[in-house]
Design a protein around this ligand. Structure first.
Ligand SMILES: Cc1ncc(COP(=O)(O)O)c(C=O)c1O
Length: 362
């Protein structure tokens, strides 16, 4: 088969190992998955009910414009419906942005390394020139990213919090960064973990969209609302940008069940509250356990924690798998001695720490 070298060299996105696969492979009964930053308490019950109620209408194509969901989101965020584009997960919008704006051979995309791996994969799949700027002390190095921007730079991805480190950038840093960047360079602020950080230090990301034509914000229903399996996310941007993305996307990119579930999830304040409370308590427990074990961790602004076992992390990862605990290996992110764990329920966190103690002998 004739295929471009950049496709041949692609390393596929490594998803967290599925629970059923591990049970089958190792003959285990009790397995916990804390690898993909999913919501450990389950999906929003209101979303589940809305999906059930909609099931007998799936003979119809979905509303291709996602009218009701966009209207609801527009009200929620006080933006216009024309500022919102829906995607089959925010992953699809990342792909749409690249298909829409990386069109010339010289076009460049800038991202941090490590950051959400899909930015890299999609850029490479398109044969685009990608510039990777190393994190500095686990944080985005916005100064260095700005230094790399030139007249060919079309897209810059900044995930806040960064995945996998969980760190954020602050309001003044972000203002300084965005100030003076040409409108032809689109800055994508990926807020996939929107809602988890309610602290004062967390920047008002939407305000950057309001004040800058070239700022585009990404959000998802996969995390806070527990709807990762439905595949639904959204982008908020200037009307012109959203219009282009709408032309490029497939007409029915977001299915009807996802639209119904997402709308209901927005009303599910109880589920959001429980999610945040579980995460807060889980973080506290895991921080304390890491400290007791003398394990260095990066304080997180999201629902996952990066920690450093100061030895070959793959060995620890494999030993944990054999005990029925799936977390995330960070080799592909350039960290040989780090692992990332999703904050789980009380039981999951307890099992993870018990097993980690055993395999590390501490
Ligand atoms: C920073 C970041 N952006 C986007 C996503 C993907 O979201 P979605 O499930 O909506 O495609 C993730 C998922 O882990 C993420 O960490």
């Amino acid at each position: 088969m004739k295929v471009a070298s950049y496709i041949k060299d692609l390393v596929p996105y490594p998803p967290g190992k599925p629970i059923e696969e591990l049970k089958r492979e190792l003959g285990l009964k009790d397995v916990v998955k804390m690898a993909s930053n999913e919501n450990p308490i389950g999906p929003s019950p209101l979303a589940v009910q809305a999906i059930k109620d909609f099931l007998n209408k799936i003979n119809f194509y979905p509303d291709g414009s996602g009218y009701y969901l966009r209207r609801r989101l527009a009200q929620e965020m006080n933006v216009k419906m024309e500022n919102i584009v829906l995607g089959n997960g925010s992953n699809e919008i990342i792909e749409l942005l690249k298909r829409t704006f990386l069109t010339a051979e010289d076009d460049e995309v800038i991202l941090s390394f490590p950051s959400f791996s899909v930015y890299r994969i999609v850029a490479q799949a398109m044969g685009a020139k990608k510039i990777e700027v190393p994190l500095k002390d686990y944080h985005h190095n916005l100064r260095e990213i700005k230094n790399k921007i030139n007249e060919n730079t079309r897209l810059v991805f900044v995930d806040i919090p960064n995945n996998p480190t969980g760190t954020i950038v602050y309001e003044d840093e972000l203002s300084e960064f965005i100030d003076g960047i040409d409108d032809d360079c689109l800055i994508i602020l990926d807020e996939a973990y929107f809602g988890y950080n309610t602290g004062k230090d967390y920047p008002d990301i939407l305000s950057f969209f309001r004040n800058n034509k070239n700022v585009f914000v990404l959000r998802t229903f996969a995390k806070l609302y527990g709807l990762a399996g439905l595949r639904i996310g959204y982008g908020i941007g200037n009307e012109e940008i959203v219009d282009y993305l709408n032309r490029v996307r497939q007409p029915f990119n977001v299915n009807s069940l996802a639209q119904a579930g997402a709308r209901a999830a927005l009303d599910d304040k109880k589920h959001v509250k429980q999610t945040l409370e579980t995460n807060r308590r889980g973080k506290e427990f895991l921080y304390k356990a890491f400290e007791d074990m003398d394990i260095e961790y990066i304080p997180t602004h999201a629902n996952y924690i990066l920690f450093d076992v100061k030895q070959d992390a793959e060995e620890i990862y494999n030993k944990l798998l054999h005990k029925g605990v799936i977390i995330r290996l960070m080799k592909g992110y350039g960290y040989e001695t780090h692992l990332r764990v999703t904050v789980g329920t009380e039981d999951q966190n307890g099992k993870f720490i018990d097993c980690l103690r055993e395999v590390m002998g501490v």
